[in-house]
Design a protein around this ligand. Structure first.
Ligand code: NDP
Length: 427
């Protein structure tokens, strides 16, 4: 395994960082980063409609996230300051305590075919059960290549929704291997429509995958020794207790849970975007999962292990991530992201991403129950204002320092500070 010396990485400039992580990269990835090769206009305009150009975002890495005893360098694409620093800080502490342990419980997608105007739903359900094998064969013959890859449709279930117009919903479970599987699932469910209509004597309303991927759940855990939370034993224990309280707060109050989970997605979305994954699908599924108990709840749980003097963290969420398909092969930056990660398979990627979510949550809760996040955020806000005011890289630190001393920070103050600086009339 390639070992990188990460010392001073955060303090270097992008060129220096690139040379530091060079041993991790293939020649092609290094060329892409060194020469700022981006998604080509011709490709972009084939991907979606009405294209005018492409849109750039910062591409960063979080070093050394240890998952199941292996270190990963994790690519992040985000415009939000402090997300990467927070994840790096958390994963460093967690690595000292043995890293993350992650389990992929299953990796199947669910397709739904909703049927209505069925006269006898009881007989319809029986007919579906009786013809299960045949229905699975029809689904698999609609997308034979996924069967050749060792995947395909494996089970069929039914769910009757009693309503003014009852709906009989047929769920089909499909192993989509390395793909997220939206198109694979949709092709199979569409193919089943006419057969199910005939079998049930009903009409089909729609056929599409469900993003509530409850058959693609992933759990990541960590156990952090109190001693890594603070050098002072009393303060360390107090912090661990506050983390537990913060976790309970997010379980009981949806107003808090929403912000708690947003912090988790700061990291998860950043990796999904970097790896060309459909982050809307991942968010939709996870938010539905957060509501599975009839109330929107925080996705993580923190508790104490008093005997071993450890703070235990856990996250479980649906993560049907892909390493193939969709736009993954089209964007050169995505190629670099996979290269940096060591080209994991879909299940390993899901383990890494769940761990990122837990790390991000640890950092956010720790900051919230100690110094709060505003102090750090004001610095970052000052930085954004300095940049917006037009500061050059070597002027930014100076403008930020003075802005932080101002009572009211805004763009016009930043512009005035910069102007004074440039005119050398600062006292
Ligand atoms: P694709 O339609 O691209 O299908 C996967 C492709 O990957 C297939 O062409 C398959 O080839 C290829 N492939 C190569 N190796 C493998 C492997 N080992 N395992 C699996 N497939 C492999 O992608 P998806 O079906 O995953 O659909 C994802 C796209 O659908 C995303 O762009 C998403 O945004 C979009 N989408 C999402 C919806 C949602 O609700 N979430 C709804 C509609 C679209 P082969 O055919 O030879 O097997």
């Amino acid at each position: 395994m390639t070992k990188i010396n990460w010392a001073g990485f955060a303090k270097k400039n992008p060129k220096e960082r690139l040379s530091q992580i060079k041993p991790l990269l293939s020649k092609e990835s290094h060329h892409i980063l060194e020469n700022h090769v981006l998604l080509k206009q011709e490709i972009a305009s084939q991907m979606v409609e009405n294209t005018l150009g492409t849109f750039a975002l910062p591409f960063s890495v979080v070093p050394e996230i240890e998952v199941n005893h292996k270190d990963y360098t994790v690519p992040f694409v985000t415009e939000e300051p402090s997300v990467i620093a927070a994840c790096s800080f958390a994963s460093k502490i967690i690595k000292r305590s043995g890293g993350f342990k992650a389990i992929v419980h299953n990796r199947q997608m669910i397709g739904q075919i909703a049927l209505y105007e069925i006269k006898d739903t009881h007989s319809a359900i029986k007919a579906i059960e009786k013809h299960k094998k045949e229905l699975l064969a029809i689904a698999n013959s609609a997308h034979p290549s996924i069967v050749k890859r060792g995947g395909g449709a494996s089970d069929i279930k039914t769910n009757l929704i009693e309503d003014e117009t009852p709906l009989l919903v047929v769920h089909i479970l499909i192993d989509t291997k390395e793909a997220m599987g939206a198109n694979i699932v949709n092709t199979m469910t569409e193919a089943l429509k006419p057969y199910l209509e005939a079998l049930t004597n009903g009409k089909s309303l729609m056929a599409i995958l469900s993003n509530y991927a409850t058959e693609a759940l992933v759990t990541a855990n960590c156990a952090i020794d109190y001693r890594f939370l603070n050098r002072d034993k009393v303060k360390a224990k107090e912090l661990a207790e506050k983390m537990v309280l913060a976790s309970n707060f997010a379980k009981k109050d949806p107003y808090r849970a929403s912000t708690h989970n947003k912090g988790i997605f700061n990291g998860i979305d950043a990796v999904c975007i970097a790896t060309g994954n459909d982050w809307r699908a991942i968010e939709a599924g996870a938010h539905a999962y957060a509501s599975r108990n009839g109330r929107y709840e925080g996705l993580t749980t923190w508790r104490l292990d008093e005997a071993n003097k450890q703070l235990l963290g856990e996250i479980t969420l649906p993560l049907p991530l892909a390493t193939k398909g969709g736009s993954i092969g089209l964007n050169p930056s995505v190629l670099v992201a996979f290269d940096v990660l060591g080209n994991p398979d879909a299940k390993t990627l899901a383990s890494i991403v769940a761990s990122v979510g837990l790390a991000q949550n640890f950092a956010a809760l720790r900051a919230l129950v100690t110094e709060g996040i505003q102090e750090g955020h004001m610095k970052l806000h000052a930085r954004s204002l300095a940049l917006l005011a037009g500061s050059l890289p070597d002027e930014v630190a100076f403008v930020v320092d003075l802005l932080l001393k101002e009572k009211h920070m805004n763009l016009s103050t930043a512009e005035k500070i910069l102007e004074k600086y440039r005119n050398n009339i600062l006292e």
